[in-house]
Structure formats: C-alpha cells, structure tokens
Design a protein. Structure first.
Ligand SMILES: Cc1ncc(COP(=O)(O)O)c(C=O)c1O
Length: 467
C-alpha cells in the first residue's frame, strides 16, 4: 500500500475535535470519530496515522484505548497496519479482498455535472441568429450590459412572472456563476462574511472563498428554510451579503413559497443585507403547483438567472436583474474582469426565448428523467429516501449510513462519477446525503443507479459504521 502523507498527532487530535460524546468516551467513540473524518475526506486514503504513543499523548488517553480503537477500525476495513510500517487509511471496499470492479461497457457515467445537452430546436435559433447578426456587424461588439433585444426578452419574462422589470434593470453575463462572481467581487471585501444555505451550490462556495470572504452556513432541514436560523445569523455574523437559492434549490430541490419569500425579504431588509438570489433552476418547473412570484427585497435584491439549464450551458449566458443603481456599480466593477458577453450567442438566446416550445419540451424530458431516476432508486436502493421535487435537476437522497464520500470513491470503480454530500457543505459533513442529478436519459440513469447500488453494498460490507 502506498502512503501519501503522514498526519501529525496534534493535527489529528485537532481534526477529531470533541470526539468524546456523553457516555461514549471509549474506543468505539474514537473509532467512530476517525471514520467520520475519513468519510468527510479529511483523512484521505493512504494517510499514515501517527504512532500509538504520540496519539495517546495528544488525545490525553491511554495507549490501550488507542490500540482498541485501531482494532475496531482494522476490523471495519478502514485502517490497515503492518509491524514496522505503522497504520494507514485504506480505500473502502478493498481491505477484505473484495472484487469491487464492475465490468464497464463504454464510458463512465458522470453524475457530478448536472447539466443537460442543448434543447431541441437550438439549430433553428442559430440559423435565425445568423440573419440577425448582419445588423450587429456595423457595431463594435462590446457592451457590458448586453444586447437590448435579449434584455427586453428577459425583462418581459420577469414582468410576466409578477415582477415588473425594464431592460435597464438587466445585465447580460457569461452565466449565472459569472454573475455571482461579479457581485461577490463588488460587495464583499476580504474577511467579510457571506450567508449561505447549507447545503448549497459548491461553486458558489468557491467564489466566496476566491474573494477571500467567509461563508456563514445556515442549515436547511427536510422541510425547508430555517428562518429563525437566518435571522440569528444575520444578527450575530453581520454578513456583508447573502447568497440563497429559493427555486428548486441545488442540491435539495426545495422551492420557497410566497410566504417564505416575504418573510425572508423582511429579514434581509431589516438587517440591510444585500442578497443574491440564484434563479438558475427557476424555469425547470414541472408545473404541478402555481409558481411563486420572483423574490423581491427592493433596492438590494440581486436576482441572478441563467440559460444553462433551461436551454444550453454551452451558450455561457446568464444575467443579473437589479436596480439601475446596483447595475451601474456592477458595470464599473465588471471592467476589471471582462468587457461583455459574445454577441452571436446573445442573438441565439434571444431567438430561443421568443419561442416557448424548446423550453416546454425540455421540461417534459426532464420530468420523465426525474420519474425514471426516482424509480431506479426505489428499485436498486430501496433503503434510500428522498423527496420528489416539483422541478430542477436532482434528487437529494438520504443514505442509510454516513457513507457518501466512501460511496463516491467506490462508485468510480463501477464507472459512475458522484459528488458526495460533503461537497455541498461549507465545512464538510453531510455524509448521509448524496445528490443524484436527473440530467441524463432514463436508461442511463437506471444503469447508473444499478452500479451505485453495487458500490453501496461494497462500502457497507467493508466499511460499515463503527458502533
Ligand atoms: C444553483 C446554480 N447556480 C449557478 C450554476 C451555474 O450556472 P451557469 O452555467 O449559468 O454559470 C449552476 C449550475 O449547475 C447552479 O446549479
């Protein structure tokens, strides 16, 4: 076994934190704490553990207790040891000599990226845009706000959804992520705090950290948003900005109702905290219930949208809907990053938005895929539970044990790429959760879940939770 690095005893002691819980202070509690760190990815496979004596000293316990904890971890297949070489973390599913490889036909199935291919009918829009391009060729092609024809169509959609909007309140960006990046850059200084949902979209966490700001997570529960928790975080952490997804939330699929939106708007307004509401998924609504109105908290509510899920990620187009004052500040800060979005793609999107048919078919396809994925999970992984979302792109599955990271590692051996629950958390955890996107055809989803069920059996068989 290759070992990839040694963790010092004091560092491991810090990582394990308060591993003594109530009456559970013995070897079982210590082994469980180590296992959690492995599942969370803080102790990668191959990590060499400190010598028993050093760890005993760092944790302030006896060597006998350390030895007993290591015995448990060896038994559950998480740790291997050899005389003279010490102990190290082993990959799930390998230590009992199990064969975990599943014969693959074809490529890995990617369930990390939850994005669909282009909508049917996009080539017609491309042809139409070619005609409209002629008129643009006499202009410079630069413009940090974007083409008027596209801004008009986006503004009209907001107005139809119940939020009167003028084209002057829209800025076209290179995707929703770019839009959020611009906003964080404008509003948050290094060291500032940014309130986020937990779980949340991982790239948003990256953007916050990229601005040297600190995410302040407020946990969502199975029922939805914890408004009391948000209120407390706004008061105690005084965040400079909030980033929230209220439409078919990534990754839980939750939709905030009108009452929740009003409550949230009131809290943010009272705290005078600007908010970015990420509406990337809003158009993937299967229409089972009336759609809530767009979020509105007045001057400092910044809505961010995208064509990536509704039409195609390859257009790399999104937008910001904000007050004219906020948009003019955003325009100035944009010049430090880029000078506008590509004209031809904007023309293509303007054509797509003028025709409701591509989006209608997209919704139909995605709904069918949702049902297929739900059925596949019920069939192959009957112990898993989930809430069936009314839109969006993913099931947020609850696993029968804290095994998400181990499962992601094992699933790769079965030809399926997964993002473990911890990727959606600001500081790790969520090991009982797995996001499964339904962005692929039903037969691919069924095959993926079948393979995942084999990986899950291997993980649970070899690295079952230490009790
Ligand atoms: C919530 C959320 N925001 C933003 C993005 C990225 O969108 P875009 O491709 O428009 O940058 C995604 C992509 O999955 C997403 O789920």
């Amino acid at each position: 076994m290759n070992t990839y690095g040694r963790i010092s005893a004091p560092r491991l002691a810090t990582l394990l934190g308060s591993w003594r819980q109530g009456s559970r202070q013995g070897a079982a509690a210590l082994a469980a704490a180590v296992e959690l760190q492995v599942l969370d990815g803080h102790l990668p496979v191959g990590t060499q553990l400190p010598a028993e004596r050093e760890l005993a000293q760092a944790l302030g316990v006896s060597r006998t207790l350390i030895g007993a904890a290591l015995d448990r971890l060896r038994e559950s297949g998480l740790v291997a040891s050899r005389r003279g070489a010490g102990s190290w973390i082993t990959p799930p599913g390998t230590s009992r000599g199990q064969e975990t490889f599943f014969p693959r036909d074809g490529e890995d199935i990617d369930l990390v990226c939850a994005a669909p291919p282009a909508v049917p009918g996009i080539t017609r829009a491309v042809d139409a845009a070619r005609g409209a391009l002629v008129e643009q060729l006499g202009h410079t092609g630069y413009g940090e706000r974007g083409l008027l024809v596209l801004r008009e169509r986006i503004a009209q959609r907001y107005t139809e959804r119940g939020l009167p909007t003028s084209p002057a309140q829209i800025m076209i960006t290179n995707g929703a992520h770019h839009a959020f990046g611009l906003t964080v850059r404008m509003l948050a200084n290094p060291g500032d705090r940014v309130l986020v949902d937990q779980p949340t979209y991982p790239n948003a966490l990256e953007a916050i950290r990229g601005a040297h700001a600190l995410p302040v997570p407020v946990a969502l529960d199975a029922e939805g948003w914890d408004f009391a928790g948000i209120e407390a975080a706004l008061r105690q952490a005084a965040p400079r900005l909030a980033y929230l997804i209220v439409d078919f939330h990534n990754p839980t699929g939750l939709l905030m109702d009108d009452e929740g939106r009003e409550r949230l708007a009131a809290l943010l307004t009272k705290a005078r905290t600007p908010v970015v509401i990420d509406e990337t998924l809003v158009e993937l609504d299967f229409g089972d219930e009336p759609a809530p109105k767009p979020f509105d908290a007045g001057e400092w509510s910044i809505l961010v949208g995208s064509a990536s899920k509704s039409h195609w990620g390859g257009l790399r187009l999104g937008w910001i809907r904000a007050s004219e004052e906020v948009l003019s500040r955003l325009s100035s800060s944009r010049f430090g990053l880029d000078l506008g979005s590509p004209v031809f793609e904007q023309l293509v999107l303007a054509e797509l938005l003028a025709d409701p048919e591509p989006l209608r078919r997209r919704r139909e396809d995605v709904r069918r895929q949702r049902d297929a994925l739900a059925q596949a999970v019920r069939t192959h992984c009957p112990e898993w539970t989930f809430r069936l979302p009314g839109g969006g792109f993913w099931l947020w599955c609850k696993l029968p044990a804290p095994m998400s990271t181990g499962l992601a590692v094992a699933a790769a051996s079965h030809g399926v790429q997964l993002a473990p629950g911890s990727r959606f958390a600001a500081h790790g955890g969520l090991e009982r959760r797995l996001r499964l996107p339904f962005s692929q055809p039903p037969e691919v989803l069924d095959e993926a879940v079948r393979r995942i069920s084999l990986a899950a059996a291997a993980v649970r068989g070899s690295a079952r939770p230490v009790t």
